[in-house]
Design a protein around this ligand. Structure first.
Ligand SMILES: [Zn+2]
Length: 59
């Protein structure tokens, strides 16, 4: 697993012209819409990894 998460598309305009931001770690700059944004890892989900279609429906 890589430590750096690299986005493939800009979340705002969908452009692929992304470069790493210079301000701080984890920031990206989009050459398509001239936006700067940040990717942040929030942590693992408490419910864990489970597919929603396992058929574990008890009602
Ligand atoms: Zn963009």
């Amino acid at each position: 697993m890589s430590e750096r998460a690299a986005p493939f598309h800009c979340p705002y305009c969908g452009d692929e012209d992304l470069r790493p931001g210079e301000q701080s770690h984890g920031t990206w700059e989009c050459g398509g819409c001239n936006r700067a944004f940040q990717l942040k890892f929030l942590g693992l989900l408490a419910r864990g990894l489970r597919r929603p279609d396992t058929g574990e429906d008890r009602t």
